[in-house]
Design a protein around this ligand. Sequence first.
Ligand code: NAD
Ligand code: 89V
Length: 340
Amino acid sequence: MIKIAVIGCGFFARNQLHAWAGIEGAEVVALCDRNKARLKDAGDSFGIARRYTDAAAMFTEGGFDVADIATTVPSHRALVEMAADAGKHVICQKPVAPTLTDARHMVKAVERAGRIMMVHENFRWQSPVRAVINALRGGAIGTPFFGRISFRSGYDVFSGQPYLAEGERFIIEDLGIHILDIARALFGDAERITAETRRINPNINGEDVATMLLRHKSGVTSVVDCSYATKREPETFPETLIEIDGTEGSLRLDAGYHLTIQNGDRNETLDVSPPLLPWTGKPWHNIQESVAIIQRDFIACLRDGKQPETSGRDNLGTFALVEAAYRSAAEGRCIRPEAL
Ligand code: NAD
Ligand code: 89V
């Protein structure tokens, strides 16, 4: 049995706790949150007796293999380094760190400890997105040359996650990071990126619209566009819409989780809707299901001694794109993420 300690019992951790409860061979044995009420609520709801308000005390007592860090970004570096010092495997929520320098230190710390680090970058594991990845990797439309990955919504994300309205940065750091990661999963690393940002909602501090143009090393050109200022019906939160052109055909993941693949005489539309699990609810079920999928994959990786797809090291590539996008928007020029 792989024993897990979850740090952070807030808004999103409940999904992680539900998911762990359904994964064979994994068990949450300890919980930590600085907020006593949240700690009690999560501990009581999921029947977890070992509870800590201080992560250092939890690491000192030990008795677990994996630290699953579900706190917000300011605490990530200290907690990941604590986990590495204690010789634990680590899962860290996105965004992995406040800066690329912090992220690099964190990845090195876990590698030095000889342990596995995964960033909880779950959007590429959403079942509709995975259907696109599998179709593309399986050669369904030949070699891709163009892609658009789009997330546009007017959904109120601020009521559940008030901190999203407070930061100087918003949509690229919180949501664009997922969509850029999907672009990497589909087309590989990017050699350059250009970004334009806007703030439409006057009640938040950061940008809520971002339009990014990427040139991938594979030769693919992709457009990654994100908005939380888009008022439209039907509201598609939290769907990522995708279109890809390839040398032999094209594919589209349209609203309502319809995947259309065209190649010569083949023209089929598949329903790739994520299933509703007993603990998930619309419209979040798409994201919630992917939490269970990525956590299950992490356990399989630990068993097989493999690096997860979204390892700490891999995620440096996604995080560099986030940093490059902000710099591009600020300086009005194209940025090479590898130069950061
Ligand atoms: P939240 O504020 O609701 O919860 C965070 C919890 O962590 C709080 O209860 C807080 O008391 C606790 N905490 C903070 N620092 C701590 C520390 N040093 N020690 C112990 N406890 C500490 O935040 P949230 O909305 O649950 O977001 C948590 C993370 O999950 C963020 O990084 C966010 O970006 C990410 N998130 C990911 C997804 C996804 O799909 N992958 C979706 C939503 C949120
Ligand atoms: O998935 C996330 O990271 C969330 C949200 C969907 C609201 O952007 O913060």
